[in-house]
Design a protein around this ligand. Sequence first.
Ligand code: FEO
Length: 401
Amino acid sequence: MLKISDNVHEVGASHPELCYFDRLMPTEYGTTYNSYLIQGEKTVLIDPVELEKKEVLLKNLKDLGITKLDYLICLHTEQDHAGSTPDILAAYPGVQLVSNAKVAEFMENHIHIPRTEFRIMADGDTLDLGGLSLSFKSIPFSHWPDNTMVYLEEEKMLFSSDLFGSHYAALDPAQPDFKLQIKEAQAYYAEIMMPTRQQTGKHAEWVRELNPDMILPSHGPVWHDPEVILSLYARWTSDAVAPAVVIPYVTMHESTGVMAKYLAEKIAEKGIKADLCDLGLSDKDLRQTAGEALYLSVDAAAVVLAAPTVLTGPHPSMMFFAALMNGMRVKARFLGLIGSFGWGTQIEKSLKSLTERLKGEHLPPVLCKGLPREEDFAALDNYAEEIVKKIKALPPEDVLD
Ligand code: FEO
C-alpha cells in the first residue's frame, strides 16, 4: 500500500516471486497489480487485482477503514486487473461498476458479469466524486481493444491502465530503483505494447498533450516525471531506428557461434553497435534469452538471426524467437540470416515464413556447410559491409540518436 496524495492511495498487491508473466514474459523483478483508491465525497476503486491476490487488496481497504465503495472502475478486462471484481462486489454490496462499453462487453466472457451491471462511460465523460472528477479516455490496442485511462483533473493524475507499465515489484514502492524501472518498462513495452506500436504511439502523444503531473500505471512504479516515459515511448513507437544490429544466435557445435561472433566483430569495427544474444545458454530459460534479444530489438535497425539447421529446418530455439519477434512485430528495417548446416537446409524458407508479418527487408543469407572456411568468412565480411552501408544510408529523420 502506498499513499500517493491525501485523496489517492495505491491499495493493490505486489507479486515479487512471479517469474513469467502470462507464462511467457520473463519478470526478473516480479510485478505488481496496482489498484487505486480515490476518496472525494464519493469513494472509488480503480481496478481490483489478480484473483490470487484478492486478500491483499481487501486487507488494504480494511486497514484504511473503507466500509463503503461508491464506484468500482474497471479499466481493462484481463484477469490481472479485473480478476477480483466478484470479491469486491461481495465485500462492498451496492458498489456501482463503471467502465467503457468494450470492457463491459468483455467482462461478460472473462469474469461472467453481465454488461447491464455497468454504468457505461464514453470518451470525455466525467464521473463526479464530489470535489474530484474522473474523465474517461479509451486507448484501444494498448494493448487490448478495451484498455481505458481515467484522468483525475484536480490532481493532474493519469491512471493509465497497462500503458506505461513495468513488471517491477520494488522492495520499497515509494523509492523504486529508477534505472530498473526504465529497463523493465522497455522489456514490458517489447512484449506487451510493441505489437500495437502505431496505436500506442498515438495514445502516448495524446498523453503528452494532456501534460499530466503524474502517470499511475497498473503495473510497476508510478512515473513522477511523466516526460521520462513519454520521451521513451516516442522513441520506441516511432518508425525511426537506432544504428544498431542485434544478432540472436543458437549454436550446437560452435560453427554458427563462430559465424555470429565474427559478424558482430566486423559490424562493430565499422562503427555500428552489434549485440550478440546467445539463445541457448544452459543456465537460462529460452524465454529469458529470447526476452533479452527482443528487448534489444525494440529500436535496432537490423536483426540478424544466426541459427544452425536441424533436420533441414531452423534450430527449434530460433523458431521460437522468430515466432516471438514476428508476433511482437519488431520494427527492424533489415532482417538477416546466417548459419551452418550439416548436409542440407530449408532454413531460409522456414524462417521467412515464421517472420512473414515483419516489414523489414530480408537480406540474402550467408549459409555454410559445416565449419566455416575462408570463403565463408569473406562472405561475412561482405555481409557486415552491406548491413552497415544500408544502415548508414538511412535518411537522417529515420535514425534515432
Ligand atoms: Fe495487465 Fe492486459 O493485462
